[in-house]
Design a protein around this ligand. Structure first.
Ligand code: GLN
Length: 195
């Protein structure tokens, strides 16, 4: 299993460290030719979604990645990555738009919007959550599974092959969300025949 991490801007190195902790192979996508390497899952890190959107377009990464996601490539977006996947963005332009959610950008205010808390993630129990000028999910279509809610706001969700968190699991020592993503990736790989 090989995971590609979009490494144009933002907190991409920390995702690599989380994958190392789980013994998962990974490499960085910085330019178009990096897409020639095979990969089974993609991580879109936190950072600044408007900058990432511009770089994705300028570097001609946008279209091939969008097609791969639409074809079922497992993708995990954190914070700005959530915004890139959202179909609609309040306070900004949508990018891939492949996930039927509405993201409210900078939903907690721009400067005072960074905080730590703990919350439930799916059926895994409570995990630490770090929010940095985070969005939340203000609306979602049927079929989107809300995995975490903090103060009544949806902050983690899954839709088919797409997983998003408004918080940054890669900035904590807890690998629950990355392990969940690797499970999602592994479920899409062809099963090895038993012999
Ligand atoms: N506020 C940022 C944006 O809109 C996201 C912040 C983050 O990724 N930590 O892109």
């Amino acid at each position: 299993m090989q995971i590609a991490i979009l490494a144009l801007q933002g907190a991409f190195q920390e995702h690599g460290a989380a994958l190392d902790a789980l013994d998962a192979s990974h490499f960085e996508i910085r330019q178009r030719k990096d897409l020639d390497r095979p990969f089974d899952g993609l991580i879109l890190p936190g950072g600044e979604s408007t900058v990432m959107r511009k770089l994705l377009l300028d570097l001609e990464l946008f279209h091939p990645l969008k097609v791969r996601i639409q074809e079922g490539l497992p993708v995990f977006g954190t914070c700005a990555g959530l915004i890139l996947l959202a179909r609609d963005v309040e306070g900004g332009a949508s990018c891939f738009g492949t996930m039927p959610i509405v993201a409210r950008r900078n939903a907690y205010g721009r400067q005072l919007g960074s905080f730590h808390t703990k919350g439930e993630f799916g059926t895994y129990g409570t995990i630490p959550m770090t929010f940095i000028r985070a969005p939340y999910i203000s609306d979602s279509d049927q079929g989107v599974e809300i995995l975490s809610t903090v103060n009544g706001k949806a902050v983690a969700a899954q839709f088919q092959n797409q997983l998003v968190t408004a918080f940054h699991p890669e900035l904590t020592k807890d690998c629950t969300v990355h392990a969940h993503f690797l499970q999602l990736v592994s479920n899409t790989l062809p099963q090895k025949a038993a012999c």
